[in-house]
Ligand binder design. Structure first.
Ligand SMILES: [Zn+2]
Ligand SMILES: [Zn+2]
Length: 261
C-alpha cells in the first residue's frame, strides 16, 4: 500500500498545508480519506483522475474534512456531461459516520442537486463495524471529537497483509487504541501546539503529540504519522513530545509526501 499526504493542515488556511486529505493506494484501488479544502487541487497536482477513486472515507463533518466532497462529485458529473467519453462508469462508495447519508443529501440539495450520475454512488454509515468491501477489510470505530455536535468515526483498512488506521480529529480515547492495534501505520491528528497545550491543558477535541504517541505505543503500531499541523515551525518540538511516549517510527510529513507501507 502507498499513502500520499494530500493535505496535512487544519481549518486554519495556510498556503503550505492543505486541509486534511489522504490517498491510500492498494494494488487495485484508490481510497480517499477525508476531503478538506485544497484536496482537489492536490489530487490534480499528483495526476489523479477523479474517476479512478474507488472509495471515499469521511471521518466527521467539519468543513476542513468534508468541504471538497460535493465539488469532487460535481466535477465527475460535469466532466461526463461535456466529455461523454470520460464519463465515470464504476461505482463510488462513500463511507461516513452515523447520520452521514442525511448530511450528504442536504449538501447535494444545496450545492449540487442535479443527480444524473452515469455511475452509482453508494453511501455507507458506520459506527463500530467490520465489513469486507471490494476485497478490502474495513473496520470502523466511533471516536470522540465534538460529540455534542456530531459523531466521528475512525477507519482501519487491512489489505495485502498490511494494515492502515486513520482517525480524523479526535481526543484521547480507547476506541482508537483498539482499532489501531498492531497496525503497520497509524495516521493521527496529533499536533495541538505544544505551547498552547501547556498553557490550556489537555484539549477536549484534539490530541497533543504526547497523547498521540501514547496511543501509538499502547496500540503497538509500527509507524505513527501525524497530521493536522498548525505551524510547521514546531516540527522538532512535536518530535520530542512524541518521543516521550512512543519510541517507534514517527513521520511528520509534508503535503504530497508519499509513504510506502
Ligand atoms: Zn480538522
Ligand atoms: Zn474536526
Amino acid at each position: 500500500m502507498k499513502l500520499t499526504i494530500i493535505g496535512s493542515g487544519t481549518a486554519i488556511i495556510k498556503k503550505e498545508r492543505r486541509a486534511p486529505c489522504f490517498l491510500l493506494e492498494t494494488k487495485n484501488q484508490k481510497l480517499l480519506f477525508d476531503c478538506g479544502w485544497g484536496c482537489l487541487s492536490g489530487l490534480m497536482e499528483i495526476g489523479i483522475n477523479l474517476n479512478e477513486i474507488d472509495q471515499i472515507f469521511i471521518s466527521h463533518s467539519h468543513a476542513d474534512h468534508l468541504a471538497n466532497l460535493i465539488p469532487l462529485l460535481q466535477s465527475i458529473l460535469v466532466t461526463g456531461v461535456y466529455f461523454p467519453q470520460k464519463a465515470r462508469k464504476k461505482d463510488l462508495i462513500i463511507h461516513g459516520y452515523k447520520g452521514f447519508e442525511k448530511d450528504y443529501q442536504s449538501l447535494r440539495k444545496i450545492m449540487f442537486p442535479e443527480k444524473q450520475e452515469t455511475y452509482r454512488i453508494i453511501i455507507r454509515e458506520h459506527t463500530n463495524d467490520k465489513e469486507k468491501t471490494n476485497n478490502l477489510e474495513i473496520e470502523t470505530k466511533e471516536v470522540t471529537h465534538v460529540p455534542q455536535y456530531f459523531p466521528s468515526v475512525a477507519y482501519r483498512i487491512n489489505s495485502e497483509g498490511k494494515s492502515f488506521a486513520y482517525s480524523g480529529d479526535c481526543n484521547y480515547n480507547e476506541n482508537i487504541i483498539i482499532l489501531a492495534e498492531n497496525s503497520d501505520l497509524l495516521l493521527l491528528d496529533g499536533s495541538v501546539p505544544v505551547e498552547s497545550f501547556r498553557k490550556h491543558g489537555p484539549f477536549l477535541t484534539h490530541l497533543s503529540p504526547f497523547e498521540a504517541g501514547k496511543i501509538a505505543q499502547k496500540a503497538k503500531v509500527k509507524t505513527l504519522v501525524l497530521f493536522h499541523f498548525y505551524d510547521i515551525s514546531q516540527k522538532s518540538e512535536i518530535e520530542s513530545e512524541v518521543g516521550k511516549s512512543f519510541p517507534g517510527n514517527l513521520i511528520i510529513p509534508d503535503d504530497l509526501q508519499q509513504i510506502i507501507l
